[in-house]
Write a protein that binds this ligand. Structure first.
Ligand SMILES: [Zn+2]
Length: 270
């Protein structure tokens, strides 16, 4: 475990250099970056999710599943997705590491190990809103054409991961599942900031308490030290994260008040 942790940090440092490069890419104005189509990204996200489901036990706990579905469906009900997802699939994984993710093609995974860090429905909504934002803002696509994946057609990658190609771990990391495959490719700072703000808006529109997003990130940091949450390896924090959330909190609170006046008052129980 310790060895994997050290390896993860080494790869994290290497990937940061890579992600700084990505940040210098021009703003594509919502267009899919890296030449990948939404359909190709959806095929890849679906193949990656199927692979993860084969290697990671799925929780059959009805309470945990109902809880995650309640939060995720509340957010999806107010999500505008330009990538063409028809049905979102939501799976709770019996994995003790604190992590959650969303993939192109409409796949949401939550590890049971997230519950001790995201301790109420609003914090879980902050995580899921952030993850859905990475998908709707197409943050995976540009990463698929950088580093050792440059020149590999995204349309081929779903077949490459099902055939256990040597690039499988890197492809998984590019799509957002690196930690589970021993390869970490963090989202860039710009992508993290965007996912934070879009996520804050989504959770507020769904009627969740946006102030809990700040407590969530504080919990994530506090859980560091000997046992850094797996989520933090792919979603690196920075000193501006909480400041930016605070700067947008008044707007988020009025969005939430409006949502609640429309009857959006989620009561999802862990
Ligand atoms: Zn993120």
């Amino acid at each position: 475990m310790n060895h994997i942790h050290k390896l993860g940090i080494a790869v994290l440092v290497a990937s940061c250099i890579l992600s700084f490069k990505c940040e210098s890419l021009p703003d594509l104005g919502g267009l899919t970056g890296g030449g990948a189509s939404d359909a190709d990204m959806a095929d890849l996200g679906t193949a990656a999710f199927e692979d993860l489901k084969k290697k990671t036990p799925i929780s059959s706990d009805p309470r945990a599943n109902a809880y995650v579905r309640c939060v995720a469906n509340s957010i999806l009900a107010v999500t505008q997705d330009p990538t063409g997802v028809k049905d979102w699939e939501i799976v709770v994984f019996q994995d003790p590491s604190a992590n959650a993710f969303a993939l192109p093609g409409g796949k949401i995974g939550v590890h049971v190990g997230l519950f001790p860090v995201a301790t109420n429905q609003d914090m879980l909504a902050a995580v899921i809103g952030h993850e859905i934002a990475h998908v709707t803002k197409r943050h995976g696509a540009s990463r698929m054409q950088s580093g050792s994946l440059a020149g590999v057609g995204v349309g081929m990658m779903d077949k490459m991961i099902s055939a256990d190609n040597p690039l499988k771990g890197t492809i998984m990391a590019g799509i957002g599942l690196g930690a589970q495959y021993g390869v970490v490719m963090p989202f860039g700072r710009g992508q993290e900031s965007e996912a934070d703000l879009v996520g804050l808006d989504l959770m507020s529109k769904a009627g969740f308490d946006p102030t809990q997003s700040i407590l969530l990130w504080k919990n994530m940091s506090a859980a560091g030290g000997s046992k850094t949450p797996q989520f933090m390896s792919t979603h690196p924090s920075n000193e501006n994260r909480i400041k930016d959330l605070q700067a947008n909190m008044n707007k988020a609170l009025s969005t939430r008040a409006q949502a609640q006046s429309l009857g959006k008052r989620p009561t999802c129980s862990p």
